[in-house]
Design a protein around this ligand. Structure first.
Ligand SMILES: [Zn+2]
Length: 466
């Protein structure tokens, strides 16, 4: 048993049910759980094994990243100016050379980058598993680094010879995929409160697996409490055409036909949704991982996040894979989510009579606080967690601190919380995950950055020989 009292916090943004923002705040942590939240006046006298003074800092809940492909750190800055189809077809052959060592090297970099940018829980969608690669590797790296982790067992089973998009050597047999899903659940899925490891089943997309695999994955997930379902949906218009041609359905209709709408399902992107489909997401509790950087980088479009939020759809943020972002920075994602929604065509302006040129957005589309809420509470909901996403007694001790005494935050005293989005992105100076201090005074406490970079470079040299 050990206790930590964090006090004199310049501003403590709890994101709790009352959205309390407490000047001169304090947090009392017992082991991995928050025991009390209040002002320094209220908690300052409590006895603790350790006290931490954060009088120059803003503290908020650790952010939750809901969509990533960490192995793509090995193919950053490639295919810079082509669409997703070309992007995928160029990168598949490089990914076909992945092995466990490469997956570990890239995951280490991605996780460290995430933690440095304020993330304390992440999912990773690993859907290319050639050369006997396993998810075990990434799960072990997460354990080693101390990141709260939802490993998504991705899969592709329809290679080119079966009318799918990926080359045959990147795909797996469906029976192997399902057997491995069961194995991973039994080995790593911990559905208890404050769990550090959960499993998600995540066939890659409607154009790389069969409807049968989607159905069977859903059946396995639903036989195990807390195992959620994740995939890509409505990311590109070609997917819509593909679904119409192959299944005679729109992507959302296809998802519904295979049992993939529900509170235990969240999809990355969901850009091309009609208003009726957004209603369907809201009615069924289906979630959306919004990935603004990747959507802009690949010129895909703007998801209707404002409409989704107004209708009660669960929305979180995702940095998406490092080959389409090309970074893993949660503050940046929150900032871009806010910015992109603001330039989204606003229907009243875009439909303005008189043939006005261009289109108009609105600064009311998404606020800085809403963007941070997507990154915290929103992400936690998508992952099915009621123990992370805000700071309150009984919640997991996942919190971050940003130093307010820095150039990029000067002049923001009247609203430092909004400044984290309006002036960002920033690095954290402290990161606690499950009560453990991962970053202190701006540096990792137990992670060797130089060694991780060296291993990543070595892996790059090996992989890009092909
Ligand atoms: Zn993705």
């Amino acid at each position: 048993m050990s206790t930590l009292l964090v006090k004199n916090i310049a501003l403590l943004a709890t994101f709790d049910d009352g959205r309390r923002e407490i000047p001169d705040g304090a947090l009392l942590v017992r082991d991995n759980v928050i025991e009390a939240v209040g002002t320094t006046h209220e908690l300052g006298g409590r006895r603790a094994d350790r006290a931490l003074d954060l009088s120059c800092h803003i503290v908020m809940p650790g952010m939750v990243n809901t969509h990533h492909h960490m192995y793509q750190n090995l193919t950053r800055v490639m295919v810079q100016d082509d669409e997703l189809l070309v992007w995928l077809k160029t990168l598949y052959p490089v990914w076909a050379e992945l092995d466990d060592e490469a997956i570990a090297a890239s995951a280490r970099i991605a996780m460290a980058e995430l933690i440095q940018s304020g993330c304390t829980t992440s999912s990773d969608h690993l859907y290319v598993l050639p050369n006997d690669c396993t998810l075990d590797t990434t799960i072990e790296v997460a354990r080693e680094i101390g990141l709260r982790f939802h490993a998504a067992r991705g899969a592709m089973s329809r290679g080119e010879s079966q009318g799918g998009l990926p080359p045959d050597r990147c795909v797996e047999k469906e029976e192997d995929i399902l057997k491995d899903a069961e194995r991973l659940i039994h080995r790593y899925h911990d559905n208890s409160r404050h769990s550090m490891s959960r499993i998600v089943l995540a066939p890659c997309s409607p154009f790389s697996v069969t409807p049968g695999l989607m159905q069977e994955a859903a059946a396995i997930a639903r036989a195990h409490p807390g195992v959620h379902l994740h995939s890509h949906l409505a990311e590109e218009l070609f997917e819509e055409t593909y679904c119409q041609e192959i299944y005679g359905k729109r992507p959302v209709e296809f998802a519904e036909s295979v049992g993939w709408l529900g509170p235990d399902v969240w999809f990355a992107h969901a850009i091309f949704l009609s208003s009726a489909e957004i209603d369907r997401f809201a009615e069924t509790g289906t979630g959306v991982a919004h990935c603004p950087s990747a959507n802009m980088r690949c010129g895909q479009g703007i998801a209707k996040i404002r409409e989704m939020l107004d209708k009660g759809v669960n929305v979180g943020l995702g940095v998406d894979g490092s080959a389409s972002n090309d970074t893993s920075n949660m503050f940046m994602e929150a900032r871009l989510a806010m910015m992109l929604q603001r330039v989204a065509p606003h229907k009243y302006l875009s439909e303005a009579p008189g043939g006005r040129g261009g289109f108009g957005g609105t600064p009311k589309a998404l606020s800085a606080r809403e963007a941070l809420e997507l990154a915290t509470r929103g992400g936690a909901r998508l992952l099915g967690r009621d123990d992370i996403g805000y700071l309150a007694p009984g919640m997991s001790a996942d919190f971050i601190a940003v130093n307010l005494n820095q150039l990029g935050l000067s002049g923001t005293e009247r609203d430092p919380l909004a400044a984290l989005v309006l002036c960002g992105p920033f690095r954290v100076e402290y990161s606690f995950i499950n009560g453990k201090e991962n970053i202190a005074k701006g540096a990792f406490t137990g992670f060797d950055v130089e060694a991780a970079l060296a291993r990543h470079r070595k892996t790059m040299d090996r992989l890009h020989r092909y």
